[in-house]
Design a protein around this ligand. Structure first.
Ligand code: MSP
Length: 646
């Protein structure tokens, strides 16, 4: 069958993976494994690192490194983490790779030869952070993407005639309705292109860390011209792999992929990718992850505490319809894991394998299995394949879970423990017992096959316990039909694949490991970790300290401050006639209801100040560390309200 080439975005080298970037890469891994099952051959997955541009130049300089050293450190970290998370990457393309330089120059020259490049002068507003020229912006205007103030630049640049592609792009979207997905994004995109396209400046002279353009003067390519072409560079020299069958991306970078990229390729006379799918955002505490918010969650600590990456993978697809935004929380992750994996699939596996040990000496009994369940399995198999094909992983997984419930019900109805007692005297009971356990084991085999793309290592473990002779990775869709499990096959002693996880200690451990992970990543770049190593402040006398009036307060009421996601409005009793109003920047770490009745430490003699129009009469004391949420100071023993800290 035909090849399948899929890509993730190449990630900026400004941070190591977090659960947002891992989401896209996990999904590419799922699709790769699914397409292999469907018989596509070869299936090639590319990811990589986007290393050029002003941001990297600046970040490297800030820590006394060259851009090459800086980019290499982070690119290596990506490679290492994807490997540790078990992602089946075929190519990791770095934009600093010389073979990529060649592809970029080649495409530029093709576009030039075909008359789509011209020299022009550009004066406009530029966002250095996003490497983005902001059309129609005036000096001082903010960047539409990140909100930072844009800067005015004038440059002699080479331009790409994007305006010549408006109709060709609209034709493409019409002719190939799957080219841009999901549908809502496709509609937004069409509306955007219909409003007209401006030519695009694709070289820069203000930036040095980039791919030199084959033109006179010191031009380097604009990062997006450079970055998009990496999808081709990765498979350069491999016959018949380009064009890509799928570019998986986040919704924020759709225009680059669905407008610029096909236009560059059309201008160069090269084949176009088949499909661009834009997924949604993973939010934490309902907002975008960012270092300054302290809500970045990394996949490593989760994998360490949850017995590997599968719990996180499962959670992301089970919980969030692919294409939409969705929220991550440790609590929800563990609840899902316990409900669906420990109690659901894990429990089915251990019951079935235990009963096969007990009643059949560890050998799968010979039988055809129950006809009704066999029929249900056929329906489920088709449903899962169709849902996964359409990237509707949530409903594909739901179909498997419904099948698992039907097996649980079947086992309860059949009551094999009763049949086992009766089988000495009843041939019918013996046969029904064999049929029951064959059915459960065969169901388990199919579940392993269907969910292998979702949770490869865990399904491999159950597969091995079932005693399957061939590796699960080699299973194809035709093997996922009822009745392929051989009677007489020796199973192994069951071992819990999804042991139940106690929420509180697991969350505490993941949070601790997050801090260790931040320190490790900082060390990698030679940066100091600030949390424990804040610079010592000058010493003060006891009299200086006595000037600070620290008091024990009791929170009487708490509510969110309108228009701010960081602030809580508190009324705190300090033992004075009236409670104080205190506005505290702790809303990302504490919900109002968590604050009620809590004893806190307040700086009681701080000059009042207004926050969001509310006069705050003091400050709450919390530990703060880079990358982490604030942690309120508190007491292990009871203390009276109003007591002074000395
Ligand atoms: N370097 C460019 C892509 C060039 S592709 C030719 C880039 N890099 S990025 O590191 O900022 O983002 C890479 C991808 O990660 C984007 O698709 C983005 O949508 C995705 N995500 C980053 N944070 C995310 C979440 N919190 N949730 C889901 N995906 C998010 O853009």
């Amino acid at each position: 069958m035909s090849k399948y080439y899929l890509t993730t975005p190449i990630y900026y080298v400004n941070a190591a993976p977090h659960i947002g970037t891992a989401y896209c890469t996990f999904t590419a891994d799922l699709i790769k494994r699914f397409e292999i099952q469907q018989g596509r051959d070869p299936v090639v997955l590319t990811t990589g690192s986007d290393e050029h541009g002003q941001n990297v130049e600046r970040a490297a300089k800030a820590i006394g490194k060259t851009p090459e050293e800086y980019a290499t450190a982070i690119a290596n970290e990506f490679v290492r983490q994807w490997q540790a998370l078990g992602i089946a990457v075929d190519h990791f393309i770095r934009t600093s790779d010389p073979k990529h330089f060649e592809t970029v120059r080649d495409l530029f020259e093709r576009c030039q030869k075909n008359g789509y490049i011209y020299k022009g002068s550009y004066t406009g507003q530029y966002c250095f952070h996003d490497e983005l020229y902001v059309n129609d912006a005036k000096p001082g205007d903010p960047c539409p993407d990140c909100g930072r103030t844009t800067e005015t630049v004038t440059e002699e640049n080479y331009f790409f005639k994007l305006s010549a592609f408006q109709d060709k792009l609209l034709d493409l979207y019409e002719r190939e309705p799957l080219f841009v997905q999901p549908e809502t994004r496709r509609n937004e995109l069409i509306a955007f292109v219909k409003r007209g396209l401006n030519d695009l400046s694709i070289t820069r002279t203000a930036i040095h860390w980039g791919i030199p353009a084959p033109v006179e003067g010191k031009h380097v390519f604009y990062v997006w011209f450079d970055a998009l072409i990496s999808y081709m560079s990765a498979v350069k020299g491999e016959d018949g792999i380009w064009p890509a069958d799928l570019h998986l991306i986040g919704k924020d970078i759709l225009r680059f992929h669905a407008i610029y990229w096909p236009a560059f390729l059309m201008a160069g006379g090269l084949p176009l990718p088949k499909r661009v799918f834009a997924h949604g955002w993973i939010l934490v505490q309902e907002s975008k992850m960012s270092k300054s918010r302290g809500n970045v969650v990394r996949p490593g600590p989760i994998a360490e505490v949850m017995g590997g990456p599968d719990a996180l993978r499962y959670f992301l697809w089970r919980e969030i319809p692919f294409g939409q935004d969705g929220n991550f929380s440790y609590d929800a992750l563990i609840d899902r894991y316990n409900a669906d994996l420990a109690n659901g699939i894990g429990n089915l596996a251990s019951r079935t394998l235990t009963m096969i040990q007990q009643y059949f000496g560890g050998e799968v009994p010979a039988s055809h299995g129950d006809a009704r369940i066999a029929e249900g399995a056929g329906v489920t198999s088709r449903e899962v394949a169709a849902r996964f094909e359409a990237f509707d992983f949530t409903r594909g997984i739901e179909a498997v879970l419904a099948f698992v419930s039907s097996i649980d019900k079947f086992i309860v109805e059949r009551a094999p423990w009763k049949l086992a007692r009766e089988r000495q005297t009843s041939a019918e009971a013996a046969e029904r017992l064999a049929e029951t356990l064959y059915t459960a084991a065969e169901a388990l085999r199919l579940v392993c096959g269907w969910l292998y793309p979702v949770m490869p290592p865990s399904m491999e473990k159950i597969w091995a316990q079932l005693g399957m002779p061939a590796p699960l990775g080699g299973v194809r869709a035709d093997d996922l039909v009822w009745g392929r499990l051989a009677g007489g096959q020796k199973t192994l002693k069951p071992e819990a694949v999804f042991p139940r996880i106690e929420s509180k200690p697991a969350i505490a451990r993941m949070q601790e490991l997050e801090i260790v992970e931040i320190a490790r990543q900082n060390a990698l770049l030679g940066k100091k970790t600030e949390p424990t190593a804040e610079p010592a402040t000058p010493t003060i006398s006891i009299d200086d300290f006595a000037k600070v009036d620290l008091r024990v307060g009791l929170v009487m009421s708490a509510e969110a401050v309108k228009g701010s996601d960081k602030l809580l409005h508190l009324k705190v009793d300090l033992g004075e006639p009236e409670p104080r109003t205190i506005v505290a920047g702790i809303a990302l770490a504490y919900r109002p209801e968590q604050m009620l009745g809590r004893k806190v430490v307040i700086v009681a003699n701080l000059a009042p100040r207004k926050l969001k129009g509310i006069p705050s009469q003091g400050m709450i004391v919390a530990a703060s560390h880079e990358g982490g949420a604030p942690v309120l100071a508190g007491f292990l023993e009871d203390v009276p309200v109003g007591a002074r800290l000395k």
